[in-house]
Design a protein around this ligand. Structure first.
Ligand code: FAD
Length: 340
């Protein structure tokens, strides 16, 4: 493998709910810095059906080039079809780095591509840098229970690949005057070549609303006592129109699904308001929510570590404090409606 053949920083562009996923724009921001350091191009790789309409947005957010695979076969994300396209493009154009959002689809795709190319993959990166002279990607992530940061290198293979957590990198302010080059790619792929068929897409209900884009999160921990006790969190979230978050211990106890987990092995979130109720504040939880705008903790132990991180703290029993908050917010919201 001659590393001199590999040039350019690529970002896999994910489309979510008819828009470029915020994490893809964040990665274009981070990728721009890497590309400038290496004096090379930043490219977006977009795969889908009817996706040319997104290309201008990618230029505006820092891309010099866009590689596009546009075909009906890419209408829905499927591992096999998308993996074939990334593989094909990478073999043709030989990027030095490919970045993916650490979303369910991004993680799935990156790990499949890593086995096929084959190359290494650093998962769940939170800090990115690159050596100017060697092009070695420095992908850092929390390790050993979140107590240290490990910087992972891929010294022997190219492209170097990493999935990067949503909301940790910054998207550039869009520059409407930026232009770039579109490279349309095709691949010989037939429906019969793909084993997976998308039969139906089922949207999650409000109760399971996604925490990664919510403005308000009400998160509960083992302090709620039981799955039944955790219903208080759902009730409070419903009143506020918030998403439900949870500690890992709650997820492991089966009170809610893994997609509610905040923290090192869950999601990183940055809502405007984060309620941490009956959550001790272990470092592995804190790393996933510490950048929230306003953190309000409720815990019966005045020495709980969460009180070191929160902006406001209430020392008390969740079963007593939360119903009072629910009542107060219901009344305040009703007053607002009646004044409107
Ligand atoms: P506990 O630690 O049991 O804390 C419960 C809290 O509730 C206590 O502070 C207690 O004072 C309070 N409380 C009890 N009763 C009441 C009451 N009636 N009213 C009010 N307060 C009450 N954790 C995560 O959350 N996310 C992760 O992504 C994650 N990843 C991890 C990765 C690794 C490699 C490891 C080793 C651990 C990870 N953990 C993670 C686990 C983490 O270390 C903690 O064990 C976990 O966060 C604790 O969950 P908790 O705060 O709900 O429970």
């Amino acid at each position: 493998m001659d590393f001199k053949d590999y040039r350019g920083i690529w970002v896999f562009i994910e489309i979510k709910d008819g828009k470029v996923a915020p994490v893809s724009l964040e990665l274009l921001g981070a990728g721009r810095e890497l590309a400038d350091k290496r004096k090379t191009d930043l490219a977006g790789l977009i795969i889908g059906n009817d996706v040319e309409k997104y290309v201008t947005t990618l230029y505006e957010h820092g891309a010099d080039l866009v590689y596009m695979y546009e075909d009906e076969i890419f209408n829905h994300y499927r591992t096999e079809s998308y993996m074939r396209a990334v593989f094909d493009c990478s073999e043709k154009h030989k990027p030095e780095v490919i970045l993916y959002g650490a979303t369910p689809n991004g993680k799935d795709l990156a790990s499949a591509v890593a086995t096929d190319l084959p190359t290494g993959l650093t998962a769940d990166t939170t800090i990115l840098d690159i050596e100017e002279d060697t092009g070695l990607l420095l992908a850092s992530r929390p390790a050993f229970g979140g107590n240290i940061m490990a910087t992972i290198l891929c010294k022997k293979y190219r492209p170097q690949m990493a999935t990067v957590r949503p909301k940790v990198m910054k998207a550039l302010t869009p520059d409407v005057n930026r232009v770039g080059t579109l490279i349309k790619e095709t691949i010989d792929l037939k429906e019969d070549d793909i084993r997976t068929k998308v039969l139906e897409i089922v949207r999650e209900t409000t109760r399971n609303a996604s925490i990664d884009e919510a403005d308000i999160i009400v998160a509960g921990g083992k302090g709620l006592g039981s799955k039944n006790g955790f219903q208080l969190i759902h009730q409070f979230a419903e009143v506020l129109g918030a998403a439900v978050g949870a500690s890992r211990d709650v997820v492991e106890a089966g009170w809610v699904g893994h997609h509610h987990q905040v923290g090192q092995t869950g999601l990183t979130v940055t809502p405007k308001i984060y309620f941490a109720i009956g959550i001790s504040g272990a470092i592995q939880h804190i790393v996933g929510m510490q950048n929230s705008g306003l953190i309000i903790a409720i815990n019966k132990d005045p020495d709980a570590p969460i009180f070191q991180t929160c902006h406001y703290g209430i020392v008390g029993e969740a079963a007593e404090v939360v119903p009072l908050l629910i009542k107060a917010f219901e009344e305040a919201l009703n007053r607002r409606v009646s004044h409107a």
